[in-house]
Design a binder for this molecule. Structure first.
Ligand code: ACO
Length: 326
């Protein structure tokens, strides 16, 4: 049976760093508060003039180089993002153009921070069905353009970046083993960017009310995320007859170090099997899982046959997992 195998990874982080100490000079906060509550020490910020497709392009070039492929080898490009260059066209189409990937179809996925893992599931289905052989999947975000820099409860959390993978059809043993997608639209209000769409089209009033910035009820998200992730891990492992100890690497969406540590403790996984880079990059939303994956792959921390579990949660609410045999 056909499987989707990740044959290459890539990532790109803008050079500009914004540290907690920089925030101390901008708003009423402290390095101690941010570190203790979130685990974040610094985050990267895109340059003026850089847009999300530019970040996606850099990450994609790295992945293509690692795979030894040309853009023309791609059948499909999927970009998971909620901070695309424009409302339309899709950022995936802009990326296709930058790459000159003339043979590829292209579209975006919006599942907020779960977007990349949702994308893995979509790519996996296309490959298993025999529709496409080689897919570029990217998570790319510039949250620095949608956060309210006057709101200390949210502006300290997010960063910019992009991560990419190339998936290829294989009939070998390794590849994506299973994916699970979950949503609860009744909780949409706890994480939203309300302005600029058809409900609240841009107007002087929407700007005055700051509706074009991200709004989040952090406490509610925290509770919902911990609960959702517990069930998700249990269901994913059970479905695949795996024990937590059989996992070599756990990659959770990097939203809060306390959420990551709680998930690891519940599984009895030592922290050296759990990827943490939130201290360096903050929450990069749909880019967080592929950036972390690229880091462990490039550091040589995964070997053939290893089980890797990816998990994410985000606005929608959405949450999702992907189990991979490397
Ligand atoms: N600096 C200093 N003090 C602050 C800051 C700040 N940056 N932000 C809030 N505070 C204050 C609050 O005003 C509050 O003060 P008060 O007690 O006088 O009212 C106090 O600190 C405690 O605030 P809480 O909101 O209760 O802090 P909490 O422990 O819940 O931590 C946090 C907040 C870090 C946002 C946490 O709730 C969290 O991480 N939630 C999950 C968020 C998340 O995962 N979001 C991403 C989802 S993924 C996606 O789709 C984008």
């Amino acid at each position: 049976m056909l499987k989707a195998k990740i044959i290459a990874t890539g990532s790109y982080l803008p050079e500009k760093r914004l540290t907690n100490f920089d925030f101390e000079k901008m708003i009423d906060t402290s390095d101690d508060w941010i570190t203790e509550r979130t685990g974040i020490k610094e985050r990267r910020i895109a340059e003026d003039g850089q847009s999300t497709s530019d970040l996606a392009y850099e990450a994609s070039k790295n992945a293509l180089r690692q795979a030894g492929l040309e853009a023309d080898d791609l059948d499909l490009i999927i970009v998971a993002t909620v901070t695309g260059d424009m409302i339309f066209p899709a950022t995936a189409c802009l990326l296709q153009n930058l790459l000159s990937a003339k043979k590829a179809a292209a579209f975006d996925i919006n599942a907020v921070c779960s977007g990349f893992v949702y994308g893995l599931s979509v790519a996996n289905s296309f490959i298993r069905a025999g529709t496409y052989k080689r897919i570029l999947l990217v998570g790319a975000e510039i949250y620095s353009r949608i956060i309210d820099w006057e709101d200390r409860t949210t502006c300290i959390l997010f960063g910019d970046g992009a991560g990419a993978v190339i998936l290829e059809a294989t009939d070998g043993d390794s590849g994506i083993v299973s994916t699970r997608l979950c949503s609860d639209g009744s909780l949409w209000e706890i994480l939203t960017l309300p302005g600029g769409g058809s409900k609240y089209p841009p107007s002087e009033e929407t700007i005055r009310k700051r509706l074009h910035f991200l709004k989040m009820n952090g406490k509610e998200i925290f509770k919902a995320a911990v609960k959702a992730l517990q069930t998700l891990v249990d269901d994913t492992l059970k479905e695949n007859n795996l024990k937590p100890s059989q996992l070599s690497v756990l990659i959770l969406h990097q939203a809060n170090l306390r959420i990551i540590q709680a998930a690891a403790a519940r599984l009895g996984l030592p922290m050296d099997k759990v990827v943490v880079n939130i201290d360096k990059y903050g929450n990069t939303s749909a880019a967080s899982v592929p950036i972390a994956l690229d880091e462990v792959v490039r550091a040589g921390k995964v070997k053939e046959g290893d089980y890797i579990l990816l998990e994410a949660f985000g606005g929608g609410l959405t949450w999702a997992s992907a189990l991979i045999k490397w």
